[in-house]
Design a protein around this ligand. Structure first.
Ligand SMILES: CC(C)(COP(=O)(O)OP(=O)(O)OC[C@H]1O[C@@H](n2cnc3c(N)ncnc32)[C@H](O)[C@@H]1OP(=O)(O)O)[C@@H](O)C(=O)NCCC(=O)NCCS
Length: 287
């Protein structure tokens, strides 16, 4: 086990001084656009009105945070309360040690305590690490694709590409989520196990340099289980080949919009043997 793994504690952030640390960490995680930083006065107002700002501290240093606030969603019986999780960020030197998972787990506990049963947030569906965390580890599901959700973004992680997002649903009282967050979480299914179920498979195409390209024409989604491959290193592709990154954006937009319209739901994500696949199940057979 990484000896640093337990070198941090997670707690609520409620003071103006500590909210300034959250501003500072945002600048580090999403560099380059000062106007996109959520300011401390807004974080404080949210925190004083049912919002949650949770920080992970290593000594006095803030090394991760998650921020969200209450909102509503529509149901046939009228509006219902949910928690909108807006930002999750971990200091680059502290990633891949379970901090993102631990922050979300703490958020899950507090939101349940507020009597709310649904948390939603958005993320870029081409980011394999985020997909692994959100879908595979946390048990969120998705059947909502949002085109250019935030318009033209200016920060260093997002500039140059349409800001398409998955909006995920985290049903915090569901058995799916409880199982995945339990200390004895279910072992992840491997790529071979999924392939043994003979799913429909949308594989990427490697070129002579090993770079992954989307297939030319996405086929119509079919079958009970659909596996959709994405690159495991999209951030690097975006930095080195913006045209290829855009191809991936428009290809996956078409694949997921079609699949969601046809009743599929993203239920799992497999990151195995260096490859990354979304697992979609036909809604009628899983809901
Ligand atoms: C997304 C983010 C919060 C994750 O934080 P973190 O502390 O590294 O998260 P964790 O360590 O709990 O989980 C990361 C998981 O991704 C896995 N992973 C790493 N690289 C991966 C890849 N290329 N593909 C798939 N999974 C990957 C890690 O192995 C780990 O999984 P494990 O716990 O099963 O081993 C962090 O990377 C970050 O701040 N990113 C920039 C901002 C951002 O994208 N925020 C979220 C949207 S608002």
């Amino acid at each position: 086990m990484d000896p640093k793994r337990s070198d941090w504690i997670i707690r609520l952030i409620e003071t103006p001084e500590e909210m300034r640390l959250v501003e500072g960490l945002q600048r580090l995680v999403w560099p380059g656009s000062e106007t996109d930083v959520v300011p401390s006065h807004l974080l404080l107002t949210a925190a004083h009105n049912g919002g949650l700002v949770l920080g992970a501290f290593a000594g006095a240093e803030l090394v991760g945070f998650v921020f969200g606030f209450p909102g509503f969603y529509e149901t046939p019986d009228g509006p219902r309360l949910k928690h909108c999780s807006h930002m999750l960020g971990v200091h680059p030197d502290w990633r891949n040690r379970g901090l993102g998972f631990a922050l979300k787990r703490a958020q899950w506990q507090l939101v349940r305590h507020q009597g709310i049963d649904r948390i939603t947030w958005t993320y870029d569906p081409l980011l394999s690490r985020n997909a692994h965390l959100n879908i595979a580890r946390l048990g969120a599901v998705c059947n909502t694709y949002r085109r250019s959700e935030y318009g033209e973004m200016r920060d260093g992680l997002n500039a140059g590409l349409p800001s398409d997002r998955f909006q995920v649903d985290w049903w915090v009282n569901s058995r799916r989520v409880e199982r995945r967050l339990s200390r004895r979480a279910r072992p992840a299914l491997t790529l071979d196990q999924y392939l043994a179920a003979r799913p429909s498979l949308l594989e990427a195409r490697p070129d002579s340099t090993g770079s992954l390209h989307p297939t030319d024409e996405p086929p119509r989604p079919e079958g009970v289980i659909l596996l959709v491959e994405i690159p495991s290193n999209f951030e690097a592709i975006r930095r080195s080949d913006l045209a290829l990154a855009r191809d991936w954006r428009f290809y996956t937009r078409e694949v997921f919009e079609r699949a969601f319209a046809a009743g599929y739901l993203v239920t799992d994500f497999v990151y195995d043997q260096g490859r990354s696949f979304y697992v979609l199940a036909h809604g009628e057979s899983t809901l």
